[in-house]
Write a protein of this length. Structure first.
Length: 161
């Protein structure tokens, strides 16, 4: 059984460090950011998104646990966002620790997230998935998430050729 537990203040610094590094790596791998300065750019994004850390209003960061007393197997962070007069949940980050991957925890975390989002009065959950992560794309598709847009790029190299 996988459950979501609000992140503890003790766990936040380690989570933030890992999440910042992972976000920088993903953006570099996707070709969206140059490697130089990626970590600083990622830190700035996190500072902007979570200026008060765990106390940032309308942001919810959970530890994903195998059981209530079990180990933390990963993390999931979502925020309440408003766009065009509609409020929804937006998942900014989900990560399953390497040794716990491919055991159904990510699926169970998203399933556990739905009643939380409904209790907040929100009718949808959105997220971004990197193009270089087909495993995550397949998971989200199997959970009923649909594509709402696709960003594409053609990299031409440093000199455009």
């Amino acid at each position: 059984m996988t459950i979501l537990v609000p992140m503890s203040a003790e766990a936040y610094p380690q989570y933030r460090e890992r999440a910042v590094a992972g976000y920088a790596d993903d953006n570099v791998a996707a070709g969206r950011w140059p490697a130089e300065g990626a970590l600083a750019r990622s830190q700035a994004d996190f500072d902007s998104s979570l200026p008060q850390g765990l106390q940032t209003p309308d942001n919810y960061i959970f530890e994903i646990k195998s059981t209530e007393a079990g180990p933390t197997v990963g993390f999931i962070w979502f925020a309440v966002i408003e766009k065009n007069g509609l409020q929804s949940a937006y998942v900014y980050d989900v990560e399953i620790n390497t040794q716990f991957r491919r055991q159904g925890h990510a699926r169970a975390a998203f399933e556990a997230l739905e009643p939380i989002v409904k209790r907040l009065g929100l009718s949808s959950i959105g997220l971004h998935v990197f193009g270089h992560n087909p495993g995550a794309q397949a998971l989200y598709d199997s959970l009923g998430y649909g594509v709402t847009g696709i960003n594409m790029a053609k990299h031409l190299g440093a000199n455009g050729g």
